[in-house]
Design a protein around this ligand. Structure first.
Ligand code: ADP
Length: 516
């Protein structure tokens, strides 16, 4: 659907928009030089020009967002809202549509509320995980947050994209309760109970009167979220941790089958992930630390890495949160269920309030995981392939076999994680690469495409994808001759008749680009 070069009409509209934006925001908040365009492109891409924006504007208030929407409507420009733009592996700051203008909300950094008693916060888009963490710490809060592996991003942007963390509140999209949104025509609204002026339950009542719209603004281009309510968990009295590892790739299926019933029955407090050893090694150092040859990592090198790091082919961490007698009982039941699968006695560690916080298993923001992009050396990058599967060992094994075969064909080391829920598995695969390697520049997009196709053929959809693949993934949701695409298109045209807001996001295109 998208032209490979920027649409000249869109370029002219962007130029008009940027001129007018200077008058409203001032020249120091409008970025339209080549280096600005480069900075707001996808810095992980082989060819960042593919999704280069025409420029960017930094807004600081809701009124400024409304003003930007007004002039975008008048000029016919396209805007791509970002909170902090750290959506790496899925596009970073870059717009799906080349030539759109990035609406950067990273300066909107107010933490508007932390309700200590009822356990929620209200944040503006630019509030990062580090900002919220610092505030909770500075105020001596008894609330804990959940953070994704790499926590440079924003609390709001990550939740809106349905990001995840390895904590009890780790399904971040599901913790959203009540948002404030600016629609493409500039009108302002509040969802849920917040639709009532003076509501006392905006961020605590999930099921208020009428349709629930919070999720309508997740992974969509129907509005710009300017305030977001998110539930936080009460700090537990203690945590307990069990580390598990399985020696062979073929152990995945039993790894899944031993965990999902425990999760479904409420004996596990979060979705534990089986992470393959290359993933863990990539946080430790570059591949060259163990192997300098080309091609796939040889099996004997893989064995050496696992031995050296003391890990299995698959590795998982189970964390338990709560009063010590309660979690001790859960740990005992879980150990009894799992012990037959492991030759050595399963052990656990305990953390209690007052012990060093770093060992608490609270959501503590960090950026260690980004070390993975150094795996191949050179200017590194990564892209995520993230399908959802049923929580079922046999299907996980089949998925692994399919994806490993594709990785091998592409000549790229396999790195996958299977986060086991009670009913589904979120299967996050990272494709690591060196952006200066021409063979990888060809192999990686082809690998992504075949992975998406294979998954769809097996009945598995993606939960999230990179801007390059949004159309492809949207096309896999084809029930009723693409009935969902038509519904999204109808909503888009109604709410955004000029097609100015994030065209192409999640494969949702407004009318003016659909005919292209
Ligand atoms: P992060 O802040 O975690 O780095 P991003 O700012 O990169 O996340 O946001 C990821 C994606 O989510 C963006 O590309 C955009 O499509 C969407 N998004 C982010 N913030 C908002 C928002 N406030 N309103 C609507 N969509 C948003």
């Amino acid at each position: 659907m998208q032209a490979s070069s920027p649409d000249p009409m869109l370029k002219r509209a962007a130029a008009r928009f940027l001129d007018r934006a200077v008058k409203i925001l001032g020249a120091d908040r409008v970025f339209a030089q080549d280096e600005d365009r480069a900075a707001y492109s996808d810095v992980m891409a082989f060819d960042p020009g593919q999704h280069a924006p025409s420029g960017a504007v930094a807004v600081e208030t809701v009124e400024e967002i409304q003003a930007m929407l007004r002039i975008a409507n008048e000029c016919g420009a396209a805007l791509w809202p970002i909170s902090r733009g750290k959506n790496f592996g899925y596009g970073g700051t870059a717009p799906a549509l080349r030539g759109a203008i990035v609406l950067d909300m990273s300066r909107m950094k107010r933490i508007l509320e932390i309700d200590e008693k009822r356990g929620f916060c209200v944040v503006e888009p630019g509030v990062g995980f580090f900002d919220l963490f610092d505030r909770l710490e500075a105020t001596g809060s008894k609330l804990w947050m959940s953070v994704p592996g790499n926590a440079w991003g924003s609390v709001a942007g990550n939740a809106l994209e349905r990001g995840a963390g390895p904590q009890p509140y780790g399904d971040h999209g599901a913790q959203i309760c009540g948002v404030e949104v600016v629609l493409p025509d500039g009108s302002l609204l509040r969802t849920g109970a917040g639709a009532m002026a003076g509501s006392k339950t905006w961020h605590i009542a999930r099921n208020a009167y009428g349709p629930g719209w919070d999720q309508m603004f997740c992974q969509s281009n129907f509005g710009i979220v300017t305030k977001l309510g998110l539930w936080l968990m009460p700090a537990p009295e203690a945590t307990m941790t069990i580390h598990l590892s399985l020696p062979e790739a073929e152990d995945l299926g039993r790894g899944v089958d031993m965990l999902y019933p425990l999760r479904q029955r409420g004996l596990l407090d979060h979705d534990p992930a089986w992470v393959s050893y290359v993933g863990i090694a990539s946080y430790v150092g570059p591949r060259a630390q163990w192997y300098r040859g080309g091609g796939l990592l040889p099996d004997d090198v893989g064995r050496r890495i696992r031995k050296e790091l003391g890990i299995g082919w698959w590795n998982a961490e189970l964390n338990f949160y709560g009063p010590e007698p309660v979690i001790a009982a859960k740990v005992a039941v879980v150990k009894a269920a799992l012990q037959p699968h492991f030759p050595d006695p399963i052990t656990h560690t305990i953390w209690r309030q007052g012990d060093p916080f770093a060992a608490s298993k609270a959501g503590i923001p960090g950026t260690r995981d980004m070390a993975m992009i150094g795996w191949y050396g050179g200017r590194g990058g990564h892209i995520g392939f993230s399908p959802l599967l049923p929580a079922d060992g046999a299907q996980a094994d089949a998925q692994l076999a399919r994806t490993r075969r594709r990785y091998a064909e592409a000549g790229i080391d396999y790195y996958g994680a299977f986060a086991v829920g009670g009913r589904t598995i979120t299967n996050i695969n990272e494709i690591l690469y060196d952006r200066d390697n021409p063979a990888m520049a060809k192999a990686v997009p082809a690998l992504m495409s075949s992975l998406i196709g294979d998954a769809a053929a097996a009945g598995y959809c993606e939960y999230r994808t990179h801007i390059d693949h949004m159309d492809r993934v949207a096309a896999t949701f084809d029930y009723g001759d693409h009935a969902m695409r038509r519904l999204n298109g109808r909503l888009k045209d109604m709410l955004d008749p000029n097609g100015i807001l994030a065209p192409g996001k999640q494969g949702i295109w407004p009318k003016r680009f659909r005919s292209a």
